[in-house]
Write a protein that binds this ligand. Structure first.
Ligand code: MG
Length: 370
């Protein structure tokens, strides 16, 4: 059933520490289970996706967002005859390196690190989590995931340059990742563009009129739904229109990626890796619709008055605690003080903060910064 250019688990480059095969789970299914059982995965439940704090019990957090990405990715990969097990692990692990407070937290952490001549990157942090920080096995540190999963963590959303990242040399930086990994960045966007319209509307920050005005694809479906269900309440018309948008994005990603694969003539995974550009892509038309939705969300939701205050508070908390521990490393937990004997203190503080949930970092802030 797998396409010739799909990843085959039997041909995996394997784990860093070889392990005997499991009697009934293949290596990618095992990796999926290792990710789900990881502490860092459970912490996603209390990390901001867009809305920080208890805005509503119904809004996405980073865990439920992750589950939506996994569901969408599996559907698309199945239709394209790609390796759905690998796609599932990559989707479940894709946000595991995110700090508290969403992009505000990521931005603040990077800013704090840059002042120390270092930087923070959530993909690289995710790799450190699965390679080093998760401690569950007596024989090795980390989760000992297969090569293709570690490669996908690094390469799903961007390309790293080997000259600035010599530590990543083993991940074939000069080559593209498999289509299974290429999909994740796009399915992530499909998931959050539609979910953020949904939550933003539910939060009464975005109105139906506003969305219809600036997101033409939504407007088209909304009109169709009004014709079909003229008597339905607006909330239901909204949800019917939005699911059609989601369906359009997903269907386009399947058909357009399928067409690009066919036209490229790739016959094997090696061909995909050596192809001059990523094969997973939206059609130009839907890509424009995706861009319009994203731009609308930036202007009207992510930088809305309601969210900016929380965002700024999140940044203050991260920067304040970072500065505090830099000046008072004796206030760090003992294990982190010991780590600081081997690594730069700023890196140790960054790792500590990046792992925190929203709730935990707010407690720490109360404790050390009053
Ligand atoms: Mg994501």
């Amino acid at each position: 059933m797998l396409a010739p250019h799909a990843v085959r688990v039997e041909q995996s480059r394997g784990r860093r520490y070889p392990e005997p095969p499991h009697p009934y789970r293949n290596d990618y299914q095992r990796d999926r289970d290792r990710v789900i059982h990881a502490r860092a995965f459970r912490r996603l439940e209390d990390k901001t996706q867009v809305f920080t704090g208890r805005f509503s019990d119904h809004f996405r957090n980073r865990l439920t967002h992750t589950l939506e990405v996994s569901q969408i990715s599996r559907t698309i990969a199945g239709q394209l005859h790609l390796n759905t097990d690998l796609v599932e692990v990559l989707a479940l692990v894709h946000d595991i390196g995110h700090p508290p407070f969403g992009h505000a937290g990521e931005h603040a952490l990077d800013e704090a690190m840059r002042m120390q001549g270092l930087s923070f990157d959530h993909n690289l942090h995710a790799l450190r989590i699965v390679e080093d920080f998760e401690l569950r096995y007596a024989a090795f540190r980390g989760l000992n995931l297969t090569f293709e999963v570690r490669e996908g963590i690094i390469k799903h959303s961007r390309d790293y340059d080997g000259s600035t990242h010599p530590e990543l040399a083993e991940y074939l930086l000069g080559k593209l990742p498999p289509i299974e990994a290429q999909l994740i960045d796009l399915t992530d966007e499909v998931a959050y563009n539609t979910a953020d319209l949904d939550d933003g509307h539910e939060a009464h920050i975005l109105t139906v009129e506003q969305i219809r005005e600036s997101v033409p694809v939504f407007d088209r479906y909304f009109r169709e739904v009004q014709q079909l269900y003229p008597d339905a309440i607006e909330k239901l018309q909204f949800s019917e229109a939005l699911r059609r948008v989601l369906n359009r994005f997903v269907t386009d990603l399947i058909t357009n990626t399928g067409r690009r694969i066919a036209e490229s003539g790739v016959q094997s995974l090696e061909d995909v890796r050596s192809y001059p550009e990523r094969l997973a892509a939206f059609s130009p038309e839907v890509d424009e619709e995706r861009r319009q939705a994203k731009q609308f969300l930036y202007r009207n939701l992510y930088y809305s008055e309601e969210l900016v205050a929380r965002k700024e508070h999140g940044e203050e908390v991260v920067l304040g605690l970072f500065a505090h521990w830099l000046a008072h490393p004796e206030d760090l937990p003992r294990t982190y003080q010991e780590k600081a004997e081997q690594e730069p203190l700023a890196r140790v503080i960054c790792d500590y903060i990046a792992g925190m949930t929203d709730h935990f970092i707010l407690d720490q802030h109360k404790r050390f910064r009053g």
